[in-house]
Design a protein around this ligand. Sequence first.
Ligand code: SF4
Ligand code: SF4
Length: 375
Amino acid sequence: MLPQLPFGKRSGLQVPRTSFGGMRLPGDVDQAVAVIRHAIDAGMVYIDTSRGYGDSEIKIGKALRDGYRERVLLSTKWAPWITHIEPSDDASADCVLRRIEESMRRLDVDVLDFYQVWNLHTPEQYEQTRRPGGFLDGVRRARDRGLVRHIGLTSHWPPEELAGMLGDMDWCEVILVSYNVLNQSYAKVLTKARELGIGTIVMNPVAGGRFAENSAVFQPLLDQVGAVSCADLAVRYVLSNPDVDTLISGVNKVADVDDTLASAARPSFSAAECAAVVTFIEKLSRRSVGFCTGCGYCMPCPQEVNIPQVMEAVYNERFLGFHGNAVAQHRQIGSVPWIKGKSAAACTACGECVAKCTQHLPIPDEMAFAREHLS
Ligand code: SF4
Ligand code: SF4
């Protein structure tokens, strides 16, 4: 049993500071069940999944048999602006209720502890969420019928705006946002949520998997703050923020659970150590001034190269030293449904993109670099 702290004030619940992310489960069902049960046996309580995470709900449902269901807080989410299960899907209360009932069948449970509005990130989506007969009304109907216990929200909305909007969200009991060593911009959202009694969950604590590997670039920082690895640095940095109630890390194997729990058991960073992390990242950012901003003005490429994605992989290699992540990121282009286009292999060095680049970057040279080092 891990120590538990209040999960905000609105939910009335408590939660350990490390939770289970169900987005990267093993493909094999038996392995997935084993790793989920290992996490629960080790003390993880909050289980995060989504209707949009492939068969994650089904695997979690199998793992929660034999008495495991009663030991967890189960959370799932969906939104029509992220994924359509049926072509007619929309943000109407009727449709949301259908999706909730479907998730419950997949999870093989008769109640969900949390249902979250998934990735609210535009004013239009917010309007669809709160209008009469809209998304929230569907979740409230499920709650009134005893199908859902608590309501939450996940968001990539610009943090300043999101922090300002939270005051109007009296229905929101927990919020899930991205926060890590490389991107601390949602710290203000976490602080505001804490003030309002909204429970806070951090996703992406290892920055898209980058900190899962070690990097020589970060070794001086690891030495300075006494972290044993980049992953240790990432987890302990997030948990050093008192506005974070819990973090979810995508689990693929037993070691992911054990490593996260080992880091959580080590001391939090002091204020001086947290400041050292911030200073280190600021210096790194200054080194990359003038590099790709991801603006996308160079697109489209006649050969369908996804130039911003290639450039991000190059950034991970050159400035952060995360070679494995950079290679994986480059190889993913066009091979996973959520990253469209082609890798640098398709570049013919035509030069059409160069004049459009807001940073005046030698893009064909960078494509050659990616082909040589990241393929
Ligand atoms: S130089 Fe390469 S990346 Fe740029 S437009 Fe031509 S083919 Fe596309
Ligand atoms: S225009 Fe330049 S800075 Fe913008 S995404 Fe393309 S390569 Fe990056």
